[in-house]
Design a protein around this ligand. Structure first.
Ligand code: ATP
Length: 248
């Protein structure tokens, strides 16, 4: 890669509760404007990797004990997750995490909390979110908790967009969704990447869909990267086919 990556994770170790070593030296990069996937089975360390980047581990008694994380040219390990959002890197958590009792639109507006620009700019971005997610416009006054799983995932991504991110860390966007909705969401991710230049790092157990939309993938097993490569090459790799794509 000749251009400086927007994110580089360099040989990080993560320990929970002072003793449980979960990431054993993980390195990865995301090129500016790229879509990169972290793949692997349940428990491989995908969520932990994303939380290490966005500094969300301490709530679970986890800490990065080695290595470095550089986002947009700056070492970010000492930054709180809110400061990181201000720098342009935001995580969409697994399981959507909408405020169930708030309307869809109020959920989206909570995403603008770090912004200091005016109401007009925020309104313009709300319209942009509705352009990408027309379903959310239809459902804007509905209580988020009563919308479908797909709509909640869209609300969670839309809320992240309201912070005007350069990069979104997307944890398991396909989880619990019907295949058609999974495609719909990944198509929107691709459009946001193409048209708005948002970079994505996504953690997915659904290797098949992830390797169709990402350009590059890292496969994690027990806290280590065991294989990485261009998505097209990974799709043709015999081990990936056998263990992750379900074709023997
Ligand atoms: P999933 O698809 O379930 O999110 P994952 O690949 O994202 O899986 P992680 O959630 O990062 O995996 O978990 C990696 C390992 O760390 C697992 O063995 C898990 O049991 C362990 N782990 C996760 N959170 C904690 C915690 N708070 N305390 C101790 N161990 C943890």
């Amino acid at each position: 890669q000749t251009v400086e990556p927007i994110l580089s994770v360099n040989n990080i170790e993560v320990i929970y509760d002072h003793v449980i070593l979960v990431l054993k030296g993980v390195s990865l990069t995301v090129p500016r404007g790229g879509i990169t996937a972290i793949l692997g089975a349940n428990g491989a360390g995908k969520t932990t990797t994303l939380k290490a980047i966005s500094n969300l581990l301490h709530a679970e008694r986890g800490e990065v004990t080695k290595g470095s994380i550089v986002f947009d040219g700056e070492e970010v390990q000492a930054l709180s997750s809110n400061l990181l959002v201000r720098r342009g890197c935001i995580q969409v958590m697994e399981g959507r995490h909408c405020f169930g009792h708030l309307s869809v639109e109020d959920n989206l507006m909570t995403g603008a909390f770090t912004r200091k620009d005016g109401a007009a700019a925020i309104k313009a971005d709300l319209d942009l979110v509705y352009d990408y997610f027309p379903r959310l416009k239809v459902r804007r006054t509905s209580q988020a908790g009563y919308t479908s799983g797909g709509e909640q995932q869209m609300t969670a991504i839309g809320r992240a967009l309201m912070s005007r991110p350069k990069m979104i860390l997307l944890d398991e966007p396909s989880m619990g969704l019907a295949p058609q909705l999974v495609e719909e969401i990944f198509e929107i991710v691709k459009k946001l990447n193409d048209e708005q230049g948002v970079s994505f790092l996504l953690a997915e157990q659904n290797t098949n869909v992830a390797l169709r939309y990402a350009k590059y993938g890292y496969i994690l097993e027990s806290g280590r990267v065991v294989l990485d490569g261009e998505a097209a090459a990974l799709r043709e790799n015999d081990d990936v086919k056998e263990f992750y794509l379900g074709v023997g």
